[in-house]
Design a protein around this ligand. Structure first.
Ligand SMILES: [Fe+2]
Length: 389
């Protein structure tokens, strides 16, 4: 990583990206302050609420991904193209923290987290030509556009190139209507013609999920519902390789796996994972990343959808062994037991929503059941009271 310091001294471009906002800088070369890069070691001084001291870096020959914990449980991510000297930052919720990592000087701003607008000004002060990207539906409103600085809007299925780094956009409207995930595809970024399993393991994709998915869970249904989530599972989800690394916007694993254990008490993968994340929490360490294949073993929301589960299982091959668990059937009965008569009310509400949202006239019984269980799981999760360490 020492070499990176030298690289950045002479490099030409750097970028910042957010799952809701993408910042893009260039002409780093003319920015004299941007010449020192320090790996995050201990954020306690900067973010007194942050309990995670260190994230797990993922490094390949060409790229490096570094999680940056901030606030109580948030993550930003730095993505470096080590050869073409490009840097992308995902979710710069604490811009000063990011800048402190990238630059040598200490800024004269007071302690505490800057607002996004102030953060943007801070970036603009030091980097020319910032471009800010965000989901069209979330950020095109006049006021939102102004206070977030978003000028470049992305839609579902868009492909963005930052230098040679290639990102695909996935709209995840069960959280907010324009919420987006960004899939970093190293194989496409490297312009490799071949794409086989071996290559996919050497150069796994990285999914920056924001509030859409977490290890062991999913985001809240603010502006969407399980209808939208189910729709995602039957369409875009199938295009994401199972070797993909998941980099969520929050460290929620300990709570999520306590809940998962309640839903699937016989799933050994969940029990092992809960033990692991408990230990990681105890030593103030990060639980990210996981892979999509792993999540298919222990994330109840990914296990309920028959088709999604089947796709992941079929593609998983021998990547990981199956630790058992009852799967969808166990989750169905567990959810019904836990919610008892409330299930009926949820079902009625969903049927109304389906009529409005679903273009298809026919809805299969098994699909309806999956949507219902996803919705029930989300309701149960919102009411779940986790134990503390
Ligand atoms: Fe969030």
């Amino acid at each position: 990583m020492k070499n990176l310091l030298t690289y950045i001294k002479t490099t030409a471009m750097g970028y910042i990206m957010n799952s809701t906002l993408i910042y893009y800088y260039f002409r780093l070369k003319s920015t004299p302050l941007l010449f020192k890069y320090e790996k995050p070691v201990n954020f306690q001084g900067r973010n007194p609420h942050c309990k995670i001291f260190k994230g797990n870096t993922f490094i390949s020959e060409d790229f490096e991904i570094i999680p940056v914990p901030y606030f109580e449980d948030n993550y930003s991510y730095l993505i470096f193209d080590l050869k073409f000297l490009t840097c992308v930052v995902v979710d710069p919720g604490d811009p000063q923290l990011i800048l402190n990592m990238l630059v040598q000087e200490n800024w004269d701003h007071s302690a505490g987290n800057l607002s996004l607008l102030n953060g943007l000004k801070l970036f603009q002060k030091h980097f020319e030509g910032i471009k800010v990207y965000g989901g069209l539906k979330d950020f095109s409103g006049f006021f939102t556009k102004w206070y977030t600085g978003v000028k470049n809007f992305v839609n579902d299925k868009d492909e963005i190139y930052v230098g040679r780094l290639c990102f695909k956009v996935f709209e995840t409207n069960w959280h907010t209507s324009g919420h987006s995930m960004y899939l970093f595809d190293p194989i496409k970024s490297l312009n490799l013609k071949e794409n086989n399993d071996e290559l996919a393991l050497s150069y796994p994709c990285s999914l920056f999920c924001g509030d859409s998915f977490f290890s062991g869970g999913i985001g809240m249904f603010f502006e969407g519902s399980s209808v939208d989530l189910h729709n995602f599972f039957t369409t875009s989800f199938q295009k994401i390789p199972t070797t993909t690394l998941l980099w969520p916007g929050h460290e929620y694993a300990f709570t999520n796996f306590q809940f998962a254990k309640e839903v699937e008490p016989n799933n050994l993968a969940i029990q092992f994972r809960l033990k692991d994340v408990k230990h990681l929490k105890y030593i103030n360490s990060s639980s990210v990343p996981t892979t999509l294949a792993q999540e298919s073993q222990f994330n109840p929301f990914l296990r309920i959808h028959g088709q999604a589960a089947k796709i992941v299982a079929a593609k998983r091959g021998t990547l990981i062994s199956d630790y058992g668990g009852g799967g969808p059937e166990e989750i169905y009965s567990s959810v019904k037991n836990l919610l008892s008569e409330r299930v009926k009310k949820i079902e009625e509400e969903l049927k109304d929503e389906l009529k409005k949202k679903w273009k298809r006239v026919e809805i299969r019984e098994d699909e309806l059941l999956e949507i219902l269980v996803l919705q029930c799981l989300r309701v149960l999760k919102s009411e779940f009271i986790p134990s503390k360490l």
